[in-house]
Design a protein around this ligand. Structure first.
Ligand SMILES: [Cu+2]
Length: 442
């Protein structure tokens, strides 16, 4: 528990700037405080975060707080705020309700603003967090640059269709804004690595030279128990916290992504993001308990479905294909009442993967293709493989307003695979609702 909650204030300036992704390789980036990622924001659960955003870009922007259970007005989407115009300032202010690995990113013209670097990490600590020897925040991204290190949009029909279908993937692979990083760790020590997939579309299957590591947390904070693995999938928007080490002095191995076939035109490759180098032996104080916490089950797999959300792809004369929710683009979905448990069947009838992201609320996956999942976790983003069905459970607590869900492949989101819906306080008369909601494309 945080016995003395405080106000933590940051100033973020959105602007264009030059950024060296490796020696001699400079890009014309957009970002926060002239760095990629933007400043790492850090506070303790219960603190109030205050972020003053100044927009010095040539176009509007706003910040979405990915994974945070905050009031709707602070969600940073076009549904709840006027985008911050060039030269203007907007203050975000909210209490941090949960500990975990979160991130912030632009929610305006996302396919361009995120691709150019408008994202950063938000780490919320708890005084009861497990003890590690050190901690690293590793934001994973890729950029698609031409031979002059410039961002270009595909001009021709076929490349444009490929980017719309696959999402934008590039061969410039970044860990926290840098190519070919070296990640150092002392021999004998165990560190907490907080991994955030900030890319537009790339699926990362994290692999550390075949070495075992422990998954300790995901989107909504710590799991109940650590899980020992040698690889883990992190889809766009998702976070995974791992316990890395202990390793032997002098060891060197690659931090890679194994190929993941998500039925794209461009075939997935095994790719190296960074190199891990193990330094001199140091004593360790790290302690990873067998149980981190209890996650109460919201519902079991047989719970009655209250809503169906079907993700699909349909033909479009103009762009080759549309990305759909329940057969439509940019959908206004039915309202949800505070306190009424939601059991959503989310299905994917297309032949490609989609990472489903719900704003503002954590959910639990209670059924995956007819089976109960192996373990419980709080999630805000979950992958749907081709022709798959998932049941998720979530509780709308008392934060009325307009919320949204969408595919976190940014090109799919922009192409229509998104919906807005109202969370309403059922005890209030309906007239207080805004009867007409515009379509928003952010
Ligand atoms: Cu998608």
């Amino acid at each position: 528990m945080n016995s003395q909650p405080k106000e933590v204030v940051y100033n973020l300036e959105a602007s264009a700037f030059n950024w060296d992704i490796s020696p001699g390789k400079t890009i014309e980036a957009w970002g926060f405080n002239k760095q990629i990622p933007g400043p790492e924001l850090r506070a303790i659960v219960g603190d109030t975060l205050v972020v003053r955003l100044t927009n010095n870009l040539q176009e509007p922007t706003m910040i979405h707080w990915h994974g945070l259970r905050i009031p709707a007005a602070m969600d940073g989407t076009g549904a709840v705020q006027k985008p911050v115009a060039p030269g203007e300032v907007f203050e975000y202010r909210f209490v941090l309700p949960d500990a975990g690995t979160f991130w912030y990113h632009s929610h305006a013209n996302e396919t361009e603003q995120l691709e150019k670097g408008m994202y950063g990490a938000l780490i919320v600590e708890d005084t009861t967090d497990p003890v590690f020897d050190a901690e690293k925040v590793l934001m994973i991204d890729d950029m698609k640059l031409n031979s002059d290190n410039k961002f270009t949009k595909p001009g021709w029909f076929v490349p444009r269709i490929v980017e719309r279908h696959d999402g934008r993937e590039g061969d410039t692979l970044l860990i926290s804004g840098k190519e070919d990083s070296v990640i150092g760790i002392a021999a004998g020590q165990t560190e907490r690595w907080r991994l955030i997939n900030a890319s537009s579309a790339r699926y990362i299957t994290l692999y550390l030279g075949g070495k075992e590591f422990k998954i300790i947390g995901t989107d909504g904070g710590l799991l109940e128990h650590p899980r020992t693995v040698t690889s883990v999938l992190i889809t766009p928007g998702e976070r995974i916290d791992i316990a890395a080490g202990p390793f032997e002095e002098g060891e060197t191995f690659a931090m890679e992504s194994l190929p993941y076939n998500r039925s794209t035109f461009l075939k997935a490759k095994r790719q190296q993001f960074a190199t891990v180098k193990v330094g001199k032996q140091k004593t360790s104080v790290a302690f990873i308990p067998e149980t981190f916490r209890t996650i109460e089950s919201l519902a079991n797999k047989d719970a009655i479905i209250t809503r169906k959300v079907r993700l699909s792809v349909g033909p479009s004369l103009k762009d080759g294909m549309d990305f759909l929710v329940n057969g439509d683009v940019h959908v206004n979905d039915k309202l949800v009442k505070v306190g009424e448990l939601q059991i959503w069947e989310v299905s994917n009838t297309s032949l490609m993967d989609h990472p489903f992201h719900l704003h503002g609320f954590f959910f639990q996956v209670i059924e995956e293709n007819g089976k109960a999942p192996e373990y419980r976790a709080w999630k805000d983003t979950v992958n749907l493989t081709p022709r798959s069905t998932m049941k998720i459970a979530w509780m709308p607590d008392n934060r009325p307003g307009t919320w949204m869900y969408h595919c976190h492949i940014l090109e799919h989101h922009a192409a229509g695979m998104m919906a807005e819906f109202e969370v309403i306080d059922g005890n209030k008369p309906q007239e207080e609702l805004n009867p007409v909601r515009k379509h928003h494309h952010n």
